[in-house]
Design a protein around this ligand. Structure first.
Ligand SMILES: [Zn+2]
Length: 114
């Protein structure tokens, strides 16, 4: 293995680098990983709410999903996939509605005046 501090090749059994004196054993290098318990990942409730809402109220679903996605990123919570799906579905619905509105406006604008 190699010293993480100076990069010099050192003996596998060594706990300290002979060149720079830095600790090189795995135990002393990464103590945080062992002490941190593997807590079950909580699912962000807002992500599920936003996902469900996106099917019925696109704008509300979009807002909830965006907030949920931000929370998932910041808190490390699960449900980022739900939030992303909610965002995509909401945007798709809004685009579809706008598309129909545009078509409706164009059709109405071209109707002959009665
Ligand atoms: Zn070293």
């Amino acid at each position: 293995m190699y010293c993480k501090k100076c990069g010099k090749e050192i003996d596998e059994t060594a706990t300290f680098c002979p060149a720079c004196g830095a600790p090189v054993s795995d135990r002393s290098v990464e103590p945080v990983k062992e002490t941190a318990p593997a807590a079950p990942v909580r699912t962000n409730q807002l992500a599920i709410v936003g996902f469900v809402l996106s099917f019925f109220v696109a704008l509300a679903g979009l807002i909830c999903s965006i907030i949920a996605r931000k929370q998932c990123r910041e808190n490390g919570e699960g449900g980022a996939g739900f939030a992303l799906a909610g965002i995509i579905i909401s945007i798709a619905e809004i685009v579809l509605v706008l598309f129909y509105v545009v078509i409706f406006v164009v059709v109405v604008a071209h109707l002959p005046m009665a």
